[in-house]
Design a protein around this ligand. Structure first.
Ligand code: NAP
Ligand code: HSE
Length: 423
């Protein structure tokens, strides 16, 4: 008989990440006693369809009966990898209520651990395999963090990379991302920026010690990005990325996710495919960057495994629930109208004299200063005017865009995309 104690766990979900975690645990089985002074065993795996074969997972551990897990006193850790709000939320709360520790990769369900003196670990919920939650909560705890910025969605980064480098169209690139297991079950949350928005809410809450909910995040996805925008970005020396930006300026927070043109020499422009990267600025550490695979089977399983090992170690030393919610401040959100950014505008206009002066006049009258402007040759009496602005207040740009909407010489405001500017 083994001299090591056994820690038993249940997996909820055996999809991309659940399957990866099962596989990784098997790969590390022999080493586990040295890492956590215990043997770790997955005794049950909850799925919807138990009749379906799961590669590498024995049939006898599969179950569709949650109560058989909840009521099993030997199962001490529940690893939630089903995704979605319900029933994942209820399962997590019930598990915590029953004194079980929880590891999850689910971005929507980050509450309720402290009350139960159990661990609720969620490293994989943000940026897949990249360690960022624990570094923020522990290693960087001595800093006043003022900025967290980065690429936190693998699917959209993969799509934009394929569109930029291979000229793939949006639908084809999305299909590939789904096949590779990066996309959420419903990819709308990836492409509309919601997944990145949830991750930025989590990162901002931890970084600024103030609760930021998803509804506080200004979110724009990549569904309207066209090959033309990508081509113009290149012409101006930029690369198009979906960026999450969270800033704490003089005690006011601003959190958003936007397609953004960043200088092609910027380190984030080189983060390609499903890779993610997160920049953190703290008053003591200065700039720190974390980069790695933000999605996929084993990279995500790596983060989940790290959490499982942390819980097992805490259990051995009886110190679970050590680091709970770190929101001890209540900073306000900055009003989005006052927020200042640079913009790329693509206008479809009539090809006649006076258009450029008309457009420049509207922008000038609304305090929107122009940095660069290019007029593309006309085709069939229609021309394209591309403008890059200086830093302007959102509300001023909004006013100018409203006037453009009423001008007959402007057929369409085809794109409004943020352009990177340093803090
Ligand atoms: P997935 O491939 O769709 O797998 C989901 C699994 O959960 C399936 O095995 C499914 O069972 C099971 N499941 C779903 N609803 C269930 C229910 N009501 N009862 C029992 N089982 C249920 O999802 P995934 O990509 O592995 O993602 C899992 C979680 O990890 C999500 O929260 C996701 O946001 C997060 N995450 C994913 C990645 C990634 O790269 N994929 C990265 C970071 C975080 P059946 O197989 O029987 O349908
Ligand atoms: N769908 C997510 C992504 C998975 O593409 O980044 C990781 O959370």
């Amino acid at each position: 008989m083994s001299r090591y104690k056994k820690i038993r766990a249940a997996l909820l979900g055996a999809g991309t990440v659940g399957g990866g975690v099962y596989k990784l645990l098997k790969m590390r089985k022999e080493e586990m006693p040295f890492k956590v002074q215990a043997e770790l065993e997955i005794t049950k795996v909850l799925v919807r369809d138990i009749s379906r074969k799961r590669e590498g997972i024995p049939e006898e551990v599969l179950t569709d009966d949650w109560n058989s897990i909840l009521e099993d006193p030997e199962i001490q850790i529940v690893i939630e990898l089903m995704g979605g709000i319900e029933p994942a939320r209820t399962r997590i709360l019930e598990a915590l209520e029953a004194g079980k520790h929880v590891v999850t990769a689910n971005k929507d369900l980050m509450a309720a651990a402290e009350r139960h003196h159990c661990d609720l670990q969620f490293e994989a919920a943000v940026a897949g395999g990249i360690p960022i939650i624990r570094p923020l909560k522990e290693c960087l705890a001595g800093n006043e963090i003022t900025e967290v910025m980065g690429i936190v969605n693998g699917t959209t980064n993969y799509i934009l990379t394929r569109m930029t480098e291979d000229g793939m169209d949006f639908a084809e690139a999305l299909k590939k991302a789904q096949e590779l297991g990066f996309a959420e079950a419903d990819p709308t949350s990836d492409i509309k920026g919601l997944d990145a928005g949830r991750k930025m809410a989590i990162l901002a809450s931890i970084a600024f010690h103030s609760r930021v909910t998803f509804s506080d995040v200004d979110v724009k996805g990549i569904t309207k990005i066209t090959a033309k925008d990508i081509q113009y970005a290149k012409e101006f020396g930029y690369t198009l990325k979906l960026l999450g930006v969270a800033r704490n300026t003089d005690g006011e927070m601003e959190v958003g996710v936007f397609p953004m043109m960043i200088p092609s020499g910027h380190p984030l422009a080189h983060v390609k495919d499903a890779f993610n990267a997160v920049f953190v600025h703290g008053d003591a550490v200065d700039d720190a960057m974390f980069q790695g695979k933000g999605a996929g089977e084993l990279p995500t399983a790596s983060a989940v495994m790290g959490d499982i090992i942390a819980v097992a170690r805490n259990m051995q030393y009886d110190c679970c629930g050590r680091i709970g919610c770190s929101c001890y401040k209540d900073l306000p959100m900055k009003s989005s109208g006052e927020s200042r950014h640079r913009y790329f505008l693509r206008l479809i206009v009539e090809d006649r004299t006076g258009i450029l002066a008309g457009v420049a006049g509207v922008l000038g009258n609304n305090n929107v200063s122009i940095n660069q402007v290019i007029q593309k040759p006309a085709v069939d009496g229609v021309a394209e005017l591309v403008v890059i602005t200086d830093k302007v207040e959102n509300r001023h740009l909004k006013d100018a865009l409203m006037i453009f909407g009423e001008m007959s010489m402007i057929q369409e405001v085809a794109s409004v995309i943020r352009v990177y500017s340093p803090r």
